[in-house]
Design a binder for this molecule. Structure first.
Ligand SMILES: CC(C)(COP(=O)(O)OP(=O)(O)OC[C@H]1O[C@@H](n2cnc3c(N)ncnc32)[C@H](O)[C@@H]1OP(=O)(O)O)[C@@H](O)C(=O)NCCC(=O)NCCS
Length: 399
């Protein structure tokens, strides 16, 4: 009889994130190749794990057709050279896809059915623009199951400004500018590069190598942000500067039982403590991580004060501010998004969840005084996802 296991995050990598569209660096690269290359990089840097021991591969994408179709987990496992005996499947929870790949496999590991598995996500928003190919049921609007804003993420973010007028555009812009500056500093200090798998890219100029994220704007100023258009509402507050952008990229991670990690001589980077998903009004989806975080904290028997590091997805600055405000955390609290976030790095939807985990894992190494960290994100159609992690390097003092 299998027994309940502790679940650990062994390792994670990602591709550099590109700008979506014809001018973006991955325009001529397939989505499945992006994640297959990231997976090969991950397997290569964990050579002590026999390839036939992986129990499963879960890969998320929001648009599951074309180069993101055909049951990604299985196709990518084959493309990455895993033995044919290793199965795989596809996951979708929109922006929280990769996060759900991790929590779904973690559940199988926790239940004792799996020992070790691969979880990730990919989104090529250039090849698959948000909402392309969808056919929302007419009942949604006809029966007012959701308001029309629910289908435009930018409009849902405008609604957060409406509901919480003290979360001003100026505060959102400042948060966004800081995200850009924090990421620039993290790159300068070599914090981001170790977990990037370089990708060969083809453009009119010939072959090249993608080694850094393409979207960051390190020179962002408050003046520059103040003058931007508000595409989701006339005289609105959401701009290209205080939103995440449209990006291409992939992430992938190894999740294992603590026993399997030991068997393969691996030093886990994080231990999974609890996770939760929650639903909120679809028209104001950005507040989703508030109830999911409360639920995850409750399951863990912790309070927000126990969290020493936060990796919050920056779908929109105001949406992160709503969570910080709810928990009484300052906009510029140094525990939050230490190395910047999606506003600067980019947010290739279903891949981002594991990007948050990769960064938290690195920060745990540098902060042995921190015991617990949170990765959390909002999800389209009104959801939030939160995962709480424990730092294996914890040496006491701060919680
Ligand atoms: C907001 C959004 C519509 C902007 O798209 P876009 O117009 O293609 O964005 P761009 O990068 O071209 O930026 C628009 C303009 O703002 C400028 N800009 C963007 N960021 C800037 C910054 N930090 N500082 C100064 N200017 C900036 C650009 O230079 C560009 O200027 P231009 O029009 O003079 O060329 C798009 O990024 C979006 O939809 N984001 C949300 C994605 C989303 O919903 N994800 C899911 C979350 S749940």
């Amino acid at each position: 009889m299998a027994e309940v296991s502790k679940v650990v995050f062994v390792d994670g990598v990602r591709t550099p994130f590109g700008r979506a569209g014809e001018k973006g660096m991955y325009w001529n690269t397939r989505a499945d190749d992006l994640i297959a290359k990231a997976m090969i990089g991950l397997l290569e840097r964990n050579p002590s794990i026999p390839l036939d021991r992986y129990d499963d591969v879960a890969v998320a994408a929001t648009t599951q057709q074309g180069d993101q179709g055909l049951t990604l987990g299985r196709t990518v496992a084959l493309l990455a050279g895993l033995p044919r005996s290793v199965p795989g499947y596809a996951i979708d929870r929109m922006c929280a896809g990769a996060m759900t790949s991790v929590t779904t496999l973690a559940s199988a590991i926790g239940f004792g059915m799996y020992d070790i598995a691969i979880a990730g996500g990919v989104e090529h928003m250039g090849h698959h623009p948000m909402g392309s190919g969808v056919d929302p049921n007419p009942r949604f609007l006809a029966e007012k199951l959701v308001g029309s804003d629910a289908l435009s993420m930018g409009a849902t973010a405008e609604r957060i400004h409406d509901r919480f007028p003290h979360l001003t555009k100026e505060r959102a812009d400042r948060f966004a500018m800081n995200s850009q500056h924090k990421l620039a500093k993290a790159y300068e200090n070599g914090k981001i590069q170790p977990d990037l798998i370089p990708i060969a890219i083809r453009s009119e100029a010939g072959w090249g190598l993608a080694e850094r994220d393409e979207a960051p704007r390190p020179d962002t100023t408050m003046e520059g942000l103040a003058g931007l258009k508000t595409p989701f509402r006339p005289h609105g507050r959401i701009t290209a500067g205080n939103s995440s952008g449209l990006n291409d990229g992939a992430t992938v991670s190894i999740i294992a039982s603590a026993d399997a990690a030991k068997e393969f001589g691996l030093a886990p980077k994080m231990r999974l403590v609890s996770f939760a998903f929650a639903g909120v009004e679809p028209e104001i989806m950005g507040i989703g991580p508030i109830p999911s975080t409360e639920k995850a904290l409750r399951k863990a028997g912790l309070t927000i004060d126990d969290i020493g590091l936060f990796e919050l997805n920056e779908a929109f600055a105001v949406q992160v501010l709503s969570l910080l405000d709810h928990f009484n955390i300052a906009d510029d609290d140094p525990r939050v998004n230490l190395w910047g976030g999606a506003i600067a790095i980019g947010h290739p939807l279903a891949s981002t969840g594991v990007r948050l985990m990769i960064q938290l894992a690195r920060q745990f190494e540098e902060h042995p005084e921190v015991r617990y960290g949170l990765t959390a994100m909002c999800v389209g159609l009104g959801q939030g996802g939160s995962v709480i992690w424990e730092n294996p390097h914890y040496k006491g003092s701060r919680k």
